[in-house]
Design a protein around this ligand. Sequence first.
Ligand code: SF4
Length: 433
Amino acid sequence: MLMKVFLHTIGCRLNQSEIETMGRQLLVAGHELVDDASQADKVIINTCAVTAEAARDGRNITRRIHRTNEDAEIILTGCYATIAPQKAGQIEGTGRIVLNQDKDKLVQMIDPEARIDLPVYEQEPILREFLAGSSQVANTRAFIKVQDGCDNKCTFCVTTIARGAGQSRHLGNVVAEIQALAAAGYQEAVLTGVHLGSYGRDLHNNTDLRDLITAILTHSDIPRLRLSSLEPWEIPDGFFALWQNPRLLPHLHMPLQSGSDPILRRMARRTSRASFRALAAKARAHIPDLNLTTDIIVGFPGEREADFQDSLDFVREIGFTRLHVFSYSSRPGTAAAKMPGHLPKAVKKERARRMIALGQELSLKFHQRYETQTRPVLWENAVGADNGGLRWAGYTDNYIRVLAHGPADLFNRVTPTQLVEARPDGLSGQIIV
Ligand code: SF4
C-alpha cells in the first residue's frame, strides 16, 4: 500500500544522514514523502538526547504533530527514544518506538515488502528525484553514515550510551553509495559517524579512515568530499597528506569541548591543550585555507572561573573559525551527572554568552581574510528575493556560508564566486559567470 510519510530529524549530522537514507529507501519502495505532517499516514522522528533541550524538542514535536493529525502513526527512533523508551512511549500520539540498533531496518518494519537493497544503478533516477527537492529533508550535500557507536567514555556523553560500541560500514558499500549519489547529480558527500577516527577498527582488516577516503576519491566521481566531525585523537599517520587532493575539502570540525586541562581530565577526553595545539598546527601545515571549527561545553561540573578563562584563552590562541557552544546539560546515566560541583544555570548562561561572543569575533576575523578572494561555492537554496533578484545561500569549499544574487537554476551548482563583504556568519558574494 502506498504510504505518505513525513520525516523529521533533530540533532547531529549522523541523524541527518539516517533520515536521508530512510527518505531514499521509502522513495525506492514507491512511497511518497510529504512536507506537511497533517497529510501523512506515517511520521518518523529521529530524536536526539545530547542535551535536555534536544530531548524536550522531540517530545514537543511529537505532541504537536499528533494534535494536527491524530490518524498518523508516529514512529520515534534515535537517541532519546533509545535511552528512554518507556517515557518516549508514553508521549501522547506515539505509535511505535524503534531503538537505534534496529533503525537500519525501520523502513522494512513499516513496509515488509520494501526492497531497500535495490542495485545502485536502479536507484539513480529515484535519487535524482530525491535530490531535486521532493522532501524537506533532502540536501545538496549527501550525509553518508560510515560509522556508528563509540568505544570512548567521555563523562558527559550520552551518545555512547544511546548508540553502543563502534561499528563501521564496509568500505565497498560506502564507495558504491557515494558513486550512486554522484551519478544522480550530487556535488558533495559528507562522511558522518559518532567517532569517525575509529573507522575500520572493528572490521579487523587494517582498514582505517585514511583508506576509506582514498577509496572514495579513487573509485567515485563525487566532486566534493567533506568530513563531518573528527575527535582530536586516533588520527591515522599521514592523514593530512590526503588533502593534496582538492576534492577533499579544507574544513575540519574537531570537538575540543574545553581549553582547560583539569576539565579535559574530568571529561575523560583523550586530548590536552598540548596535544590539540600540535594537531591543529599539523593540520594547518598540510591544508591551505583550513577552516577549523569546534564544539565547546561551558559550565562543566567543577569548572572554576580560572578554568573557563583558560578555555577562552586557548580558543583564541588556536583561532577557531566557528564555535558550537553548549551549556553543560546533565544527562541520565553519564558519569558527569554524578559528579560534585554542578553550576547554577545563570553562571552557565553567562559563560555561554562570553564564549559565543568570542566565537563571533573569531568568525568575522576569518571571513575578513577572504574579502575580494574568489572561491567555488555550492549553491543550496534560495533564501528570498529583493531588487537585485533571487538571493541564494551556499557554501565555499572551506565551508564559509555565502549569500549572493543569482539565476533561478542555481540549485546544486558549483560556481566561482567573488567574496565581497564579511560578516560573523559568512560573506556576501558575486557569482562569476
Ligand atoms: S568520543 Fe566521547 S563525546 Fe564523542 S561520542 Fe564518544 S564518548 Fe561521546
